[in-house]
Design a protein around this ligand. Structure first.
Ligand code: FDA
Length: 390
């Protein structure tokens, strides 16, 4: 039976990058996936245009129990390196806000590029292939697969996290890592919408700019878009803060970021005494204003409204506390946080400290990026680190 140098489990972002790198470094590499096409999450990412990296990607844009773990791999394979690959394949791209790079045309171009890079490294694709257990005799790993046993000197676990089960997400990497004695940081859905106590369905679809944080946590604080859903809240600022939610904290929103709301309201009351309550909040969507004003200010003109009521309204706008009852879970999460504990991996190579030849990359590792291309950059960087070392 062929003994492969490297078997990569999972033909997603990190797995294809790892396989292409290993193959181009001259190793005999096989890439296995239970899906019948590679890179399914890449295909749906960034609204079909794949936000493939972020020019600002460094370790400060990731959440992990060990925040500096990702530093080494990210420093050795930078956003500019991936961009050079994109340009080598003549994929047209553009920068949206804050360093986020997207394809002009289609995310499929990124998958095709990675397939071509794998082909250039002579990588054998084994798709539609179910993976069973892995055993190790100290030198060679043997994988049980629906295509028969596969023997290899190194294994790269790259089956990602638990987000979006309908796309074939499984806990394979976590189970195998645990089997080999690696610790696991408890996984949870991240970059995920919240369900909110007493959600008001009449607000569904209302969107605005907010600053979002969690009560009891000084940091982080995210400013960006938010949208009300039928059951709660979503949008970039909400997804970002969800990655830090530990299951209990209330959500703190400033609906007028960067403004002194009370001062603004006092000025409006002075300048437009005959106006009515909505005039105080004319920068906010009308449906939301109705909900905020209800029970605080009545139909009288502003000149007749008690100063206390105006102050209470201002306080709610700049510091609105909502109680999440939970998140929308893995079916709606963009990523999983937690995963293989980085204390058990080398930050240079992603190799397990106690199991030579076993590597873990991508989302399966306890490194979770912010929204905006950071998760793919981690997938590329960790894939390259393992592919070079394996
Ligand atoms: P990934 O999930 O890409 O690949 C895992 C592979 O393993 C899959 O091919 C799967 O079929 C396979 N697999 C799983 N279990 C298996 C098993 N038991 N046996 C065999 N194969 C198995 N990030 C970003 O930076 N920019 C963006 O624009 C987006 N957009 C985005 C949109 C949506 C809707 C989602 C859900 C996610 C994103 N992301 C993103 C996040 C990004 O997609 C994610 O972080 C990376 O794909 C992770 O790469 P991995 O290779 O680790 O896992």
């Amino acid at each position: 039976m062929t003994i492969w140098d490297v078997a990569v489990m999972g033909a997603g972002a990190a797995g294809m990058m790892a396989a292409a790198t290993a193959g181009q470094w001259g190793t005999r590499t096989i890439l296995l996936d239970h899906a019948d096409q590679p890179g399914r999450k890449i295909l749906i990412s960034g609204g079909g245009r794949c936000n493939f990296t972020n020019l600002k990607a460094d370790w400060t844009h990731y959440r992990s129990e060990n925040p500096r773990f990702c530093r080494s791999a990210l420093a050795r394979y930078r956003p500019q390196d991936f961009l050079s690959l994109v340009e080598k394949h003549r994929i047209r791209w553009h920068e949206k806000e804050e360093g986020q790079l997207f394809c002009d045309d289609s995310a499929r171009q990124i998958v095709t590029m990675l397939e071509e890079e794998c082909r250039a490294g002579g990588v054998r694709f084994q798709l539609g292939c179910s993976l069973g257990g892995i055993s190790h005799d100290g030198h060679v790993f043997t994988l049980d697969t629906s295509w028969g046993p596969v023997q290899t000197r190194s294994i790269i676990l790259a089956t990602g996290g638990l987000a979006i089960p309908r796309l074939g997400a499984t806990d394979f990497s976590l189970r195998m890592a645990r089997q080999f004695g690696l610790r696991i940081v408890t996984p949870a859905p991240a970059l995920v919408p919240f369900r909110i106590e007493d959600a008001q369905p009449e607000l569904a679809g209302v969107s605005l700019q907010v600053t979002a944080s969690l009560v009891g946590q000084k940091k982080p604080v995210f400013t960006g878009g938010m949208v009300f859903t039928h059951r709660g809240v979503s949008g970039p600022a909400i997804l970002q803060i969800s990655s830090w939610w530990e299951g209990r904290e209330a959500l703190r929103l400033n609906l007028a970021p960067g403004r002194d709301v009370h001062e603004d309201m006092r000025t409006i009351c002075e300048q437009r005494p005959r106006a009515h309550a909505p005039a105080l909040l004319d920068a906010l969507p009308a449906r939301l204003v109705k909900v905020l004003v209800a029970g605080k200010l009545d139909d009288r003109p502003l000149a007749e409204q008690p100063a206390k009521a105006v102050r209470a309204l201002a306080a709610q706008v700049s510091d609105w506390v909502l109680k999440p009852t939970g998140t929308e879970g893995y079916p709606k999460a963009e990523v999983m946080r937690g995963g293989v504990d980085t204390r058990d991996l080398s930050s240079r190579t992603m190799e397990a400290r106690t199991v030579p030849g076993l590597y873990v990359v991508g989302e399966a590792v306890d490194v979770t990026g912010w929204l905006g291309g950071y998760n793919f950059q981690w997938a590329w960087a960790s894939g390259v680190a393992a592919g070079q070392a394996a």
